[in-house]
Design a protein. Structure first.
Length: 171
């Protein structure tokens, strides 16, 4: 009976597959949005101000950062929770695949969130004359919260790894 329960619980990890597949569909939609923005700006590029162009480029960077975050979560999550990916050609296999544990993923995600928030904040500052001071203040507060959270998670992970290393040295 225990073996059947364990096999069922172990097999249930495949219930995460639709989630990761859904993220890949989200990535496709994000890619379409990226190219929609990139192509739509072409006819207007010579009539835009420099700051207007910078804002568009920052939007594209924002999309690229979110896309990278999606890829990282999809690949690492799939490999950590479902199954190792079979990439036959070692040249094609990304160097970080199979090396990220859950704590590494959390740290990368929090770092990506800080980067995305930074780009958003920069865009907001570039349009500061059109934005209410209260909104800018709250965006800065939220950004600082992301930064502090990322540092906190990184510090906790570092302490955890240090303690694990000490436990193995003592044994």
């Amino acid at each position: 009976m225990d073996k059947k329960i364990e096999k069922t619980i172990y097999a249930s990890r495949w219930l995460m597959f639709p989630v990761y597949f859904g993220l890949s569909l989200g990535f496709v939609l994000l890619t379409l949005k990226f190219f929609q923005q990139a192509v739509s700006i072409i006819p207007e590029v010579f009539m835009m101000s420099e700051s207007g162009l910078v804002l568009v480029v920052l939007s594209l960077i924002d999309i690229a950062l979110v896309g990278g975050l999606l890829v990282m979560v999809m690949f690492s999550g799939y490999e950590n929770f479902i199954s190792r990916m079979d990439v036959n050609d070692n040249k094609e296999r990304l160097s970080w695949m199979g090396t990220m544990d859950v704590n590494s993923i959390k740290n990368k995600v929090s770092s990506s969130i800080v980067a995305i928030s930074s780009v958003h904040l920069l865009r907001l500052f570039m349009e500061a004359e059109k934005v209410l001071d209260d909104k800018i203040m709250w965006c800065v507060v939220i950004h600082l919260t992301f930064v502090i959270s990322a540092f906190g998670m990184s510090y906790i992970d570092k302490m955890y790894k240090k303690n694990i290393k000490n436990i193995y040295i003592i044994k």
